[in-house]
Design a protein around this ligand. Structure first.
Ligand code: ATP
Ligand code: MG
Length: 242
């Protein structure tokens, strides 16, 4: 479980996140939704330590991340898998080497064990026989799956996905949604997904936080959205092709 308490973040003198408190649950796909520029990626970057909030606390299963020292943060980061907006694979590394990268960087596994783990993760992402291909030789959907395989390489407790469906066709998007959901439930991961894809939310979303102009505007589960009476949320939902 991840808990945010009163997170604030400003750039120059512009508030981007205002007093955001939220809870993200284990074994669930926790969605953060909202219009472009509302602050989803900034919030996620604060949670993984790429940005530091101006105030507030972020706790990972009761461990306060913001106040941790460098070593503490480094070790907690190894429990975090991240699927970036875009795919962010290393273009000069093969699929196999992309997935092996975190294993080579953070573990003492030998090469045989590394390749075994790579194959396990590839298999888990429903990919076979593409070990030696370069990212430029595979499709967008396959790249996302390689990204997922890499994100789960270290057996993460927490998985962050920033717009996992961006640039994918609707069918491939559903495949990716279900893959993330399957992995989340199977390994009991606390998964956070930023998106404006309402289809994705209705397909696999468990808990939802709606951000409007840097404020947490609504939270609940998907069955409550239509009856929420929340104008901005309903406008947001109705504006998406869905
Ligand atoms: N490093 C930065 N310096 C200054 N402003 C920033 C920085 N990063 C983000 N912002 C601003 O913070 C606001 C929120 O950006 P953010 O990337 O979190 O939006 P988002 O909700 O993820 O949007 P999208 O759906 O388009 O990805 C934007 O106005 C953006 O310009
Ligand atoms: Mg974003």
């Amino acid at each position: 479980m991840i808990k945010l308490l009163a997170i604030n973040k400003k750039f120059e003198d512009r508030n981007v996140l205002n007093n955001i408190s939220a809870t993200f649950y284990k074994g669930k796909c926790n969605f953060v939704i909202g219009a472009s520029g509302c602050g989803k990626s900034v919030l996620m970057k604060c949670m993984v330590g790429l940005l530091t909030p101006d105030s507030g606390s972020i706790s990972f299963d009761q461990r306060d991340f913001v106040s941790m020292d460098y070593e503490g943060k480094k070790s907690l980061r190894q429990e975090i898998g991240m699927l970036f907006q875009g795919t962010a694979l290393f273009d000069s590394l093969s699929v196999e080497d992309n997935i092996a990268f975190p294993l080579r960087t953070f573990t003492n596994l030998n090469e045989t064990e590394i390749i075994e783990r790579v194959n396990f993760c590839l298999n888990r992402a429903h990919l076979v026989k593409i070990n030696k291909l370069m990212p430029s030789q595979i499709s967008g959907g396959q790249k996302k799956r390689v990204g997922i395989a890499r994100a789960i390489a270290l057996n993460p407790k927490y998985l962050f996905c920033d717009e996992p469906n961006s640039g994918l066709d609707p069918l491939t998007s559903r495949v990716i949604d279900h893959l993330i959901k399957e992995i989340t439930e199977e390994y009991g991961i606390t998964t956070i997904i930023n998106t404006h894809d309402m289809k994705s939310l209705f397909e696999v979303g468990d808990n939802i936080i709606f951000i409007h102009q840097g404020n947490k505007w609504w939270e609940g589960d998907k069955t409550q959205i239509r009856q929420s009476g929340n104008k901005e949320l309903l406008d947001f939902m109705n504006a998406s092709e869905f």
